[in-house]
Design a protein around this ligand. Structure first.
Ligand code: FAE
Length: 545
């Protein structure tokens, strides 16, 4: 299909020049894309897995339509010239998906209520866990901390082996010699330069490392995808501030190389990709001829239907994230529209062992080592204890950009001992999650051990007072295992799909996101999601087209 034909199908003949990002703002005002229609390839979502798929398919000359339920934030900025993503200390309606209260794990600054809005950060609450997800063109890349970490080869292999999926050594060589390097390059991995590390903005990381080493943990340099040259200029006062301006959880205005600056930008630059934001796929229908129909709601900024559309496609790529993809597939089966969906879908879910933990001094006497009043929001250091036979974990040294001088914050990544399970409850019209304290008990034990060791060997004041587990933020001994930034699993590679993401039982239906990974990685996940997508889409383009 030519570009012209493609635009015509979208009902956009006259709007051909405003295709791509700049057309986006119009979707807020009126339902201009009345037409559904038939398209060769549709991708659901615009997070890591989807963005990789879009760029590679477009480069191979295919026309691609992407449907994203969240806003196009660049378009929103064009329409609202005064708008800036808010700091973590002053959330606004744009920072939160459909809630009147800020949903941040730690309340900092002005936490006043606001109107509902289809904002950038969503929190999905279950009894024992609160799961955070990015919303908008760029998915999780819009809100994440940018930590760009390649997992340990042996653990990566083991994680899949534990669910009965065995990669050959050649496949692992390919992952670690070809696809992880490719993913790292293409997301814009950088290592913080020494002058930036030595600046006041990373005192919290330097102190964290000193204390961690004293406590017996291994220091780790963590790459990030923030543009450190920009940060250098921020620090020098020559560039607009973002990481040094308490921006991250609700979007970064500068410096962060989210997907709209990398994969999605390159995909759009091919001229072969169109993104429709504020288009929420409700369910998928398998047609008799092997094609798929999508029931899609175009929504306004209050998540209300503007109109309902039908799109059909020959090849469908689902990249709506671990929860989003699992829900879409299971809901479609519940509605009787994806009858052959296999029973592996929903299994092997995990929180990637996420636990948050915090410590601070029990008395603000002079003499404790300050973590610095100024802290960059982009983490660059961690402490490794992953091979410890008793307490295996990896702790990211996180910033605490306000109240920070005597407070330390950590995101701890543990192994998983028991998987959770996702299932669609048709009565409540909601994805349910089987997950409770039995899944997280060992994660809490590890985090408490970590804090105790850090307290014992870390900063002591002139009066002998030590740090303690900080119950201001996390009332239960300074540890909160209910916070999850890294949902993984539900449509696991080699179980619910074949070894390349083709959903079992179907042709031309592919899954391309964090749902492919069985619950745990030992490190932050988006490099792995990107690498798996790079590998799978290469194979699919070579074999299925
Ligand atoms: P994701 O990025 O979640 O994208 C899914 C997209 O699909 C979203 O844009 C959704 O709006 C869209 N969508 C969902 N349902 C539908 C539907 N029905 N119709 C249309 N669109 C839909 O998927 N990871 C790291 O590696 N390093 C970090 O430093 C890091 N920090 C994080 C900090 C925070 C606060 C959070 C929330 C996450 C963090 N992560 C981090 C996790 C990382 O962002 C996440 O694993 C990836 O974004 C997941 O990528 P997926 O492609 O699975």
């Amino acid at each position: 299909m030519t570009r012209k034909e493609f635009l015509k199908k979208l009902g956009l003949g006259a709007f051909g020049l405003v295709i791509g990002r700049s057309m986006i703002g119009k979707a807020l005002a009126a339902p201009i894309y009345q037409n559904g229609g038939n398209f060769p390839i549709i991708i659901i979502g615009t997070g890591y897995g989807s963005a990789v798929s879009a760029e590679r398919l477009a480069q191979a000359g295919h026309q691609v339509l992407m449907l994203e339920m969240g806003l196009d934030w660049d378009g929103y900025k064009q329409q609202n010239p005064g708008f800036k993503f808010p700091k973590m200390t002053s959330p606004s309606k744009q920072s939160t998906w459909m809630n009147t209260k800020p949903q941040a794990p730690i309340e900092l600054g002005n936490m006043a209520n606001f109107d509902k809005f289809t904002g950038i950060l969503e929190r999905v609450d279950y009894d024992h866990i609160k799961i955070y997800q990015g919303k908008g063109v760029g998915g999780g890349s819009l809100v994440n901390g940018g930590m760009t970490v390649t997992p340990d080869r042996n653990y990566f292999k083991q994680v899949f082996e534990d669910v009965g999926v065995n990669f050959t050594e050649q496949e692992l060589d390919d992952f670690f010699n070809v696809y992880f390097p490719r993913a790292n390059t293409n997301v814009g991995r950088q290592v913080a330069p020494q002058d930036v590390v030595d600046s006041e903005w990373y005192k919290f990381a330097r102190v964290g490392i000193q204390e961690g080493v004293a406590a017996g943990f291994t220091p780790v340099d963590v790459p990030n995808l923030y543009d450190f040259e920009h940060m250098r200029q921020e620090i020098a006062g020559n560039a607009p501030r973002s990481a040094t301006n308490i921006e991250v959880l609700y979007g970064n205005n500068h410096g962060k190389q989210d997907l709209t600056k990398t994969y999605i930008k390159r995909a759009l630059n091919t001229g072969n990709v169109t993104i429709l934001p504020q288009h929420k796929v409700d369910h998928i229908i398998e047609n008799y001829d092997g094609t798929f129909t999508l029931k899609v709601q175009q929504i306004d900024t209050l998540n209300r239907d503007v109109c309902i559309k039908e799109f059909t496609c020959e090849k469908l790529f689902v990249g709506a994230g671990s929860l989003g993809t699992t829900e879409l597939l299971q809901k479609s089966k519940y509605l009787g529209k994806l009858k052959k969906l296999n029973d592996e879908v929903g299994k092997y879910w995990g929180n990637n062992g996420n636990v948050m933990a915090s410590r601070r001094s029990n008395a603000d006497f002079f003499g404790h080592t300050s973590r610095g009043a100024n802290q960059s929001t982009m983490p660059i250091r961690g402490l490794d204890n992953f091979n410890d036979p008793v307490y295996p974990f990896f702790a990211e040294i996180a910033p605490m950009p306000t109240l920070g001088s005597l407070t330390s914050l950590y995101l701890i990544v543990n192994k998983l001992k028991r998987f959770g399970k996702l299932s669609y409850d048709g009565y409540r019209r909601k994805l349910q999650l089987e997950w409770d304290a039995r899944h997280t008990a060992h994660m809490r034990t590890n985090a408490e051990y970590f804090l105790n060791q850090m307290n014992e060997h870390g900063s002591k004041s002139n009066f002998g007072s030590k740090f303690i587990n900080n119950t201001t933020f996390f009332p239960n001994n300074g540890v909160d295992e209910s916070i999850c930034y890294h949902p993984l699993g539900g449509v696991v590679l080699g179980k619910a799909t074949d070894m390349f993401g083709r959903l079992k039982g179907y042709s031309n239906l592919y899954v391309m996101d964090g749902s492919l990974i069985p619950g745990t990685l030992g490190v932050n996940p988006y490099v792995s999601i990107t690498a798996i997508a790079e590998r799978n889409i290469e194979h699919i383009i070579n074999h299925d087209f």
